[in-house]
Write a protein that binds this ligand. Structure first.
Ligand code: SF4
Length: 337
């Protein structure tokens, strides 16, 4: 693996979480990097460390502040789990992130990959961190022609990744494998630039590996979004706990199903569900927004009403305060319109 280490020292990308890794920094960065590109994560990571420099400050912060710091990264359960995980670390481990697999796995939101990453990059132990990138490299390097979505094959990949780790600097191999998968052994691999090429068994069939179950189905949603204003205040709703948009604010919206509602139908729906007589002010440009397994097509329309009645589950918020609330990404974009 010496070649891989040399390649990594020369080619690794510079990221703030790689400079002086600590278990806390590794934990935060790895959770942020799930489902999100590294370049997007950088400013979030830096701001996070200013707001919550350690486990205790994170554990003691109000959840709303944590969600606000996460705003725009999506998959908000990750932020809620970080917050809860920090509280568990304070309660059960005296505020110190544990350095063994069993205790780490007991912390909210920590799956096998993040546990491996913390042990490896944070504590410099001999542990592989197997994400999608490493799975791809290992499946190709060992020519594993089995479905990597199956539990038994996942274990096989993890064992194979572990077998590649260097005896003296295993954390470098672990991170180098991730980097290799992200930059060289990609979907269309550049085998000629790969430090593992000499012994790679799968390079001639690389584009067929790894074998997976296939793409997950994306559900299309069409929503009419109502921005209802009255006396300088706008009607918003906070997502309920346990739902996809929990703790995030959104404007009232209506699922339109397959078709497209007329203006009259939307006004009637507002009257029926919110009890508000409204007048249309203007239509805003539609927005397409993807989250988890959904693709939402949002059709925002501005309305006014002269009867800003209190509505259960909703709040009337002044325009100035709106920008301080954590909004779901799609509705944040509407707000910026
Ligand atoms: S030689 Fe090609 S297929 Fe094999 S690990 Fe390197 S980039 Fe991937």
């Amino acid at each position: 693996m010496r070649k891989l280490h040399e390649w990594f020292q020369q080619n690794q990308r510079e990221f703030p979480w790689r400079k002086t890794p600590t278990p806390y920094k590794v934990w935060i960065s790895e959770v942020m990097l799930q489902q999100t590109r590294a370049t997007v994560v950088i400013p979030y990571f830096e701001r996070w460390l200013t707001l919550f420099p350690n486990v205790r400050t994170l554990a003691e912060a109000p959840l709303e502040k944590v969600i606000k710091a996460w705003e725009g990264l999506g998959y908000y359960s990750r932020a809620r789990n970080l917050h809860k995980g920090a509280q568990q670390i304070v309660e059960y481990f005296g505020g110190e992130i544990p350095s063994n697999r069993k205790d780490l796995a007991s912390i909210c939101g920590l799956g096998p990959y993040t546990v491996g990453a913390i042990l490896s990059f944070g504590f410099r132990q001999k542990a592989a961190a197997v994400d999608g990138n490493v799975t791809r490299v290992v499946a190709r390097y060992f020519s594993i022609e089995e479905n990597v979505d199956q539990q038994s094959v996942k274990r096989k990949i993890a064992d194979a990744a572990e077998s590649l780790l260097d005896a003296t600097e295993p954390w470098i191999t672990a991170e180098a494998l991730i980097e290799l998968g992200a930059t060289v052994c990609t979907r269309k691999p550049r085998c000629e630039a790969c430090p593992l090429q000499k012994n790679c068994l799968g390079q001639h069939k690389a584009e067929f590996l790894p074998i997976t179950t296939g793409e997950k189905q994306v559900t299309q949603l069409k929503r009419a979004v109502a921005l209802i204003e009255s006396g300088g205040k706008i009607l918003v709703k906070k997502g309920e706990r346990g739902k996809v948009m929990a703790d995030l604010y959104e404007f009232p919206y209506f699922e339109m199903g397959e078709g497209h509602w007329t203006q009259k139908a939307i006004v009637q729906a507002i009257q029926r569900t919110l009890g508000l007589p409204v007048e249309i002010v203007q239509k805003l440009p539609p927005i397409t927004h993807t989250f988890t397994r959904f693709k939402a097509h949002l059709f925002p329309i501005c309305y006014t009403t002269e009867t800003p009645n209190p509505i259960a589950g909703y709040e009337w918020i002044s325009r100035e305060l709106l920008s301080e609330l954590p909004f779901s990404a799609g509705h944040r974009r509407i707000l910026s319109l």
